[in-house]
Design a protein around this ligand. Structure first.
Ligand code: 13P
Length: 251
């Protein structure tokens, strides 16, 4: 499968950041991995114009489960697709925490993304409290079973494992921790979808140039969902390079 380097800009990015995305595309004119940047919705259509026919695809960070209607302040998947999104992140832990989104909501959002014709990137991950209680795999299994959209396939769904305690903390999960969860995710997905071996599993949580190669060398890690280090080309480009190196080593 083709590996995926995805950047989640979260609530960061003004007009000046478009140049960073352009610099990523210029540094990778013909990449051997997929590159995706998920800017705030306000930048999406302008970035789509700026990056037309480039190697950088665009995604969104959330969508509403409904196709349209009276939901002030929300954005429908089809609107994001019209704006240039080819993927939509759903169930990020910050949305689960900030907006009380549970698995059923995340599943409905993922289904809305797929219905709009784009890839759903479904995020899961345990809190520190859950890990310390020895409940990590119980939590990730329940989240994947509850959040995976109906009709999920490797073509329309990506799963991102992001331990909550590793997000934005500089505290990356150890290779053993990542490998354990990703192997378990692959096995869990095998019971839920017919092409689990082809479904991309991303790791997210304090990925940066200094730790990317070690993470990408792990089995069942098919890319990364990068937060802070995706905001500038200087930080994101070497992560893409590391993923390309891992892809060529494993092919
Ligand atoms: P950081 O890379 O900033 O830890 O964020 C990870 C993340 O939440 C990506 O969605």
């Amino acid at each position: 499968m083709r590996k995926l380097a995805a950047g989640n800009w979260k609530m960061n990015g003004m007009t000046a950041s478009i140049a960073e995305a352009r610099a990523v595309s210029i540094a990778h004119p013909n990449p051997s991995v997929d590159i995706l940047l998920c800017p705030p919705a306000t930048l999406l259509s302008r970035m789509a114009e700026s990056l037309a026919n480039s190697s950088v695809a665009l995604g969104a960070q959330d969508c509403h489960p409904a196709a349209c209607g009276a939901h002030t302040g929300d954005i429908a998947a089809s609107m994001l697709v019209e704006g240039g999104a080819s993927a939509i992140i759903v169930g990020h832990s910050e949305r689960r925490a900030d907006h009380g989104e549970g698995d059923a909501t995340v599943k409905a959002k993922a289904e809305a993304a797929i219905a709009a014709g784009v890839v759903a990137i479904v995020c899961i991950g345990e809190t520190l409290e859950e890990r310390e209680a020895g409940r990590t795999l119980d939590v990730t299994r329940a989240q994947i079973a509850g959040s995976l959209p109906a009709g999920a396939t490797a073509a329309n769904t990506v799963v991102a494992y992001e331990p909550v305690w590793a997000i934005g903390t500089g505290k990356v999960a150890t290779p053993e921790q990542i490998a354990e969860v990703h192997a378990d995710l692959r096995a869990t997905l095998a019971g839920l979808v017919s092409d689990a071996s082809e479904m991309r599993l991303l790791y997210g949580g304090s990925v940066k140039a200094a730790n990317a190669a070690e993470i990408f060398a792990l089995g069942n890690v098919d890319g990364a969902l990068v937060g802070g280090a995706s905001l500038t080309a200087d930080n994101f480009n070497p992560i893409i390079d590391a993923l390309e190196a891992a892809a060529s080593a494993s092919s």
